[in-house]
Design a protein around this ligand. Structure first.
Ligand code: SKM
Length: 525
């Protein structure tokens, strides 16, 4: 069995005062280990090092001392003999761990004094580290073994840059198969899952920063995010994983919303941002990595939300390698929900169209069949428009599709047997419900409306699929005209409610989801 996973905050301060402040802040924030980056001290000498170690030890947190070589990301450009002496000094001063680069440890002029100092301090452990800022290591496992061969008290530390999320899998595999305490971390934004999942996969520690300014390496997550968004204290070795796949994805409200559900229902689950850059090949590689027979049950993803640009890729994936594809998702050409079965094979669904229908029917207080024969103007013929039209056509609404490029409106209308027109014909519109599926009015374009004010009449329902801002220009016009309004946040919550039902087979806690989204968007909807 392995040790727990410690949240470690690097202290890389330029002055002794600021180091002291950072240490105090880190202790308050909930750090469990402090990593003293001695190389960042402006005056590196024995006295400063022992004072800093003593100050850090007084917090009763674990203390790592390292004097990072510039070749592996350090600063200061200190000569090797100075760095070695400072590590020995830190050992004497009572550091719990010293971290020395494996490459340097091979040098007897480094190894011998360090080993000698360690011999006098049996409780101090040696972290042997190797950093690659350029990319992955050619043979991660061999490097790990080389480190482990250096003795029983060694904790191997391997940190490499992930340029793509798919580069994280070797690190995760090493953590799963390691035979001793080890630190394996992917740097870079694409490596973020290895930091957040360090506890799930049993890395000895994960590095977090106090805030973005204090980050000592790219991709470091703040301790506040780890604890409050990523449920650090609740994560265990069996936590089931979920996530939203897309690129860009930082804006997604799915993680705070699903993690709020997990918290509320006390589920041993965690929901992540999964930025999968690229197109079908990268998406398929990611899915293959997750659903790999060797890894299923070990990595244990339960399901995914899928957003741009991967919704069509998810259709193809479910078709080629999955076990089920919802027929309407195939018709729409977009899967936004993947559920991973016990066999590791995925099923694909679309909950966007249902989310849109539910947003409208709940506002009108009717059932879906109540939409039969209703006159609906759908503005926009892109991806969202397709899902909305497919859903409305399925329940027999009378649809007119309006689009700037008339050919696109015509093609979509032809597929779903409805009418179409250009945006200039909106003034002749005869509709009970208007749905905006364009991005007109989305932040920062907040003063534009896809539909002129005079087209909106009292008693209509106006639904904007945009949720940022909560009240777009068209919704403002609608409110002022006495029409009923539906925000994109309503659709967002409802598509996610369907996802929860698909993942867990039970009803979702709607109010908790609304609250999480409201908090994020800064208003009720
Ligand atoms: O269809 C949804 C998807 O399920 C999640 C999402 C998000 O998290 O931003 C947006 C929509 O594409």
């Amino acid at each position: 069995s392995f040790s727990m996973t410690y949240i470690t905050i690097p202290i890389a301060a330029k002055t002794a005062d600021s180091a002291g402040q950072q240490i105090t802040k880190a202790a308050h924030a909930g750090a469990e280990i402090l990593e003293l980056r001695l190389d960042s001290l402006p005056q590196l000498n024995a006295e400063n090092v022992s004072r800093l170690v003593a100050f850090a030890k007084a917090t009763e947190l674990g203390v790592i001392a390292t004097c990072r070589d510039n070749a592996e990301g350090g600063t200061g450009d200190w000569p090797q003999d100075v760095r070695t002496r400072m590590l020995c000094e830190a050992i004497q001063a009572g550091a719990d761990y010293v971290d020395c680069e494996l490459a340097n440890y091979y040098d007897p002029a480094v190894r011998e004094p360090i080993d000698k100092s360690l011999a006098g301090k049996p409780s101090c452990r040696l972290i042997l580290s190797c950093h690659n800022f350029e990319g992955t290591f050619t043979d991660l496992t061999a490097l790990y073994k080389e480190m482990a061969d250096q003795g029983g008290r060694v904790i191997p530390k391997l940190a490499y840059t992930a340029k793509h999320i798919n580069d994280c899998f070797p690190a995760i595999d090493l953590l799963r198969t390691k035979d001793r305490d080890a630190i394996v971390i992917c740097m870079g934004e694409a490596g973020y899952i290895t930091r957040v999942l360090a506890k799930r996969f049993g890395s000895y520690l994960t590095f977090a920063c106090l805030d973005e300014q204090c980050s000592t390496a790219p991709g470091q997550v703040s301790i506040d995010e780890l604890k409050n968004l990523y449920r650090w204290d609740s994560i265990g070795p069996n936590t089931r994983l979920f996530g939203v796949i897309g690129s860009p994805i930082a804006h997604s409200m799915s993680p705070p919303m699903f993690n709020a559900i997990f918290e509320h229902k006390n589920l041993d689950c965690l929901y992540l941002l999964l930025r999968v850059d690229g197109e079908m090949p990268e998406f398929a590689e990611f899915m293959d990595n997750i659903t790999d027979r060797e890894r299923v049950g070990l990595i244990d993803f339960g399901g995914f939300s899928v957003t741009l640009p991967h919704k069509a890729h998810a259709v193809d994936y479910a078709e080629e390698k999955g076990e089920y594809l919802e027929p309407l998702a195939a018709t729409i050409g977009a899967v936004n929900t993947l559920k991973v079965g016990v066999n590791g094979r995925v099923s694909g669904f679309n909950t966007d169209y249902a989310g849109a229908l539910d947003a409208i029917t709940s506002t009108l207080g009717i059932e879906r069949h109540g939409l039969h024969g209703k006159k609906v103007a759908v503005v926009g013929a892109g991806g969202v428009g397709r899902a909305v039209v497919a859903g409305l056509a399925d329940v027999g609404a009378k649809i007119v599709i309006y689009n700037r490029t008339i050919q696109k409106a015509k093609d979509l209308a032809g597929e779903f047997h409805c009418k179409y027109a250009g945006l200039d014909e909106l003034t002749d519109m005869d509709a009970e419900i208007i749905v905006n599926c364009t991005s007109i009015g989305m932040h920062p374009d907040v003063d534009s409306s896809p539909v002129p004010r005079e087209c909106i009449k009292q008693g209509m329902v106006v639904f904007d699929t945009i949720y940022n801002p909560l009240e777009t220009k068209i919704l403002q016009y609608a409110r002022e005209a006495g029409a009923k309004t539906v925000s994109g946040a309503e659709m967002f919550v409802r598509q996610a409610m369907k996802q929860f039902k698909i993942y867990f087979g039970e009803e979702p806690p709607e109010q908790i989801m609304r609250k999480a989204v409201s908090e994020r968007l800064g208003g009720e909807f």
